[in-house]
Design a protein around this ligand. Structure first.
Ligand code: ATP
Length: 228
């Protein structure tokens, strides 16, 4: 199986005598090329889900597999390598570096891993082109619109050719037209490059672009069957 698999994952937070069950026996498999949405009210467990899927947080119970590698019991150094190589994160705001051009925002990911080759530059340019950013290649974030900045962030998430793409409310800072444009391009890229992708969203208008939709409530994940 290429992609991500959560098997009976439970996450408990303990604060003094209080216990919160943020995820309650969650099982989910997302294969390469699938784009899945997770919706749910505030405090339902969405961030906890993304943190565990993104190797940022460990489950209390259950197991997580990325491309068949069981990451459940890895140490911090190994988890950090998984994050760098296997996971592309897209956040609510683009979090671009103000003094880097669009192209360099992508290449910095490679610099963190070693050196930048000619092939890396070609790949970064191809990603920017795919996301409709040919004219923005040498522009700085303050010379781009909010939608363009978010598209640069999406291209950056694909730069390391990760197995998994995790997006946390990627349209939160965008108006409707830009939100549609951004999620559509993201969905195209997920399909074209065969990534397993999860998008947490409050924005039900974006669900049409997803293959499956799950609702999470009080840490319990269920597939929505009547939305699409
Ligand atoms: N570090 C923590 N310590 C204790 N409880 C926590 C911690 N992080 C989250 N929780 C609790 O776990 C539950 C799920 O939180 P989580 O942040 O995953 O929800 P969410 O769906 O992402 O919410 P939102 O949409 O508001 O961001 C909530 O009850 C929250 O208060």
């Amino acid at each position: 199986m290429t992609g991500i698999q959560l098997k009976n994952v439970t996450k408990r937070y303990q604060e003094n005598e209080f216990e919160t069950i943020a995820l309650n026996d969650v099982s989910l498999t997302i294969e390469a090329g699938e784009f899945v949405a997770i919706i749910g009210p505030s405090g339902s467990g969405k961030s906890t889900f993304l943190s565990i899927a993104g190797a940022l947080l460990q489950a209390t119970e259950g197991e997580v597999f990325i491309n068949e590698q069981n990451i459940t019991h890895l140490n911090e150094k190994e988890l950090s390598a998984v994050r760098l190589k296997q996971i592309g994160f897209i956040l609510q705001t683009s979090n671009l570096i103000p003094y880097l051009t669009a192209l360099d925002q992508l290449l910095v990911v490679k610099r963190m891993n070693g050196s930048v080759t000619k092939e890396d530059k070609i790949f970064a340019t191809e990603l920017l082109n795919d996301l409709g950013l040919e004219k923005k290649r040498n522009k700085f974030p303050n010379e781009c619109s909010g939608g363009e900045r978010q598209r640069i962030a999406i291209a950056r998430a694909f730069m390391n050719d990760p197995a998994i793409i995790l997006a946390d409310e990627p349209t939160a800072s965008l108006d409707t037209n830009r939100a549609h444009e951004v999620v559509k391009l993201m969905a195209n890229e997920v399909k074209a490059r065969q990534k397993a992708a999860v998008m947490v969203t409050h924005d039900e208008r974006m669900l049409d672009y997803c293959d499956r939709v799950y609702r999470i409530e009080d840490g319990i994940l269920k597939e929505e069957t009547n939305l699409i």
